[in-house]
Design a protein around this ligand. Structure first.
Ligand SMILES: Cc1cc2nc3c(=O)[nH]c(=O)nc-3n(C[C@H](O)[C@H](O)[C@H](O)COP(=O)(O)O)c2cc1C
Ligand code: SF4
Length: 444
């Protein structure tokens, strides 16, 4: 097998990698020039042919999403770039934005041209102050060089790119919450349909795409769809809904490993290889007890499930919600799953926007029940109660507006199914990993 060469991270760590000057020296914006010479529909077809699936979490095919825009719309059509990156342990967008912002901006320019949009908004996680400064400087450089603005390269194509700092909440990353927030409102997700491609930002057709997706678009224009498809995993013949997992992927690794970080690899590496080959193994000579495969809303893999591929199809085979953001978090065998699950539940109870009763009440009650277990006052029947609450909330059972609720339910269902023995022992022995007074302080 030929050695894999990183492309998305190829310029990271090089001197002055964020400047337009070095980017142009490395062949930057040639893909945009190439796109400008093509009919927009050919750019869409190229991205469709590549098999690129969105990197923001849901894995929806990018080119296909673009075709959902109404044909011959008078405009405006918007591109809203999701740089909210609020899924815990996920930091690949940040690396791209801070180390190679022009790769992202070129992907945005190509995508806008393809979907006939003259305006892109980058919705940036509020806490990412450095990303904001670096990106804004890069946007300014593009205007100064005539890469953004009016009549780019004399083609008649106009493009404005606006950076918008987010409202500092997890729900701002959900695409319709993001749109509401961009409109200056509270980030309450919208009921769908209509989907954003039909009625999105300012009620106009809008495509929402992730930062890493934009980097992939730029690489596809440079290297072609066949190159993209030569990496990764073809569709699973046993899963008619699997569209394959092609291309390079940025995997974030954190938690109890010797060398946390972000690595670029072809889609489909196993969790075990990631931990052992790319993260220096589990720390302190311990073993992994559980691994979060792609942000905590995906659930948990047990130690026996680490050989499944981390592609769009793999984690689902072990009952996880999906690949999510491909940000893995390793939990060692000396860590209490009760504590881990309590942390997850606390996060979701805090982040639920409160519009839907099953999500608002469900996340709050799961948090309270886990706090009770954690301070040694749990009962065995609490475990079934947790599963019952978790099973009745989310888009999948059809009771909520957005997927935050499914993501809140999944770690609960997975942890109790896969680690029930540990939870039962904790409850039976009246163990406490926290003083009751502290546990109560953590429930607000
Ligand atoms: C609660 C919640 C939070 C989300 N947060 C993010 C996020 O921070 N970044 C992101 O790109 N997608 C996030 N998503 C997914 C987006 O709704 C959307 O699918 C994605 O931005 C589309 O881009 P893509 O097609 O390029 O993946 C989130 C979804 C949910 C339900
Ligand atoms: S599912 Fe939860 S986060 Fe999503 S809209 Fe409903 S209450 Fe808000």
């Amino acid at each position: 097998m030929p050695t894999f060469e990183p492309t998305l991270l190829a310029r990271v760590g090089k001197p002055d990698s964020a400047s337009l000057e070095t980017y142009l020296r490395d062949g930057g914006y040639e893909g945009f020039k190439k796109a400008l010479a093509m009919p927009p529909v050919d750019v869409i077809n190229l991205v469709k042919d590549s098999g690129l699936r969105g990197r923001g979490g849901a894995g929806f095919p990018t080119g296909l999403k673009w075709t959902f825009l109404p044909k011959d719309h008078a405009g405006p059509i918007y591109l809203a770039i999701n740089a909210d990156e609020s899924e815990p342990a996920t930091f690949n967008n940040r690396i791209l934005m801070e180390e190679d912002p022009h790769q992202i901006l070129e992907g945005i320019a190509i995508s806008c041209f393809a979907i006939k949009s003259n305006k892109a908004y980058i919705y940036l996680r509020y806490e990412y102050g450095r990303s904001y400064r670096v990106l804004q400087k890069a946007v300014d450089e593009c205007y100064a060089k005539g890469l953004f603005g009016k009549n780019i390269h004399g083609t008649g194509f106009d493009l404005d790119v606006v950076l918008h700092r987010g409202a500092a909440a997890y729900i701002c990353g959900e695409e319709t919450g993001l749109i509401e927030s961009l409109e200056g409102k509270r980030a309450w997700p919208r009921i769908k349909p209509p989907f954003p491609a039909i009625e999105g930002l300012f009620r106009k057709p809008t495509i929402v795409n992730n930062i890493e997706t934009m980097a992939c678009v730029k690489q596809i224009l440079d290297r072609g769809s066949a190159w993209f498809k030569s990496l990764g995993v073809p569709p699973d013949p046993n899963n008619p809904r699997d569209a394959g997992s092609y291309g390079p992927k940025l995997y974030c690794i954190s938690g109890h490993v010797n060398k946390p970080g972000c690595v670029e690899l072809p889609m489909g590496i196993t969790t075990r290889e990631l931990i052992d080959k790319h993260a220096g193994g589990v720390w302190k000579g311990r073993k992994a007890k559980a691994v979060v495969p792609g942000g905590i809303s995906m659930g948990f893999l047990s130690a026996e499930e680490l050989d499944l591929p981390l592609d769009f199809n793999g984690p689902g085979k072990a009952g996880c919600l999906g690949l999510g953001t491909a940000a893995i978090t390793v939990i060692d065998d000396e860590t209490s799953m009760v504590d881990v699950l309590f942390n997850c539940a606390r996060f979701f109870a805090h982040e639920s926007c409160g519009q839907c009763t099953p999500c608002r009440e469900g996340t709050a009650w799961m948090h309270k029940i886990l706090a009770r277990i954690r301070m040694g006052e749990g009962q065995l029947r609490d475990l079934d109660l947790l599963v019952e609450v978790a099973s009745s909330m989310g888009i999948i059972p059809g009771t909520t507006i957005c997927g935050l609720s499914d993501g809140a339910a999944w770690p609960i269902k997975n942890a109790i199914k896969k680690f029930r023995g540990e939870f039962e022992e904790y409850i039976r022995t009246g163990r406490k990993t926290v003083k009751p007074s502290d546990a109560l302080m953590e429930v607000h």
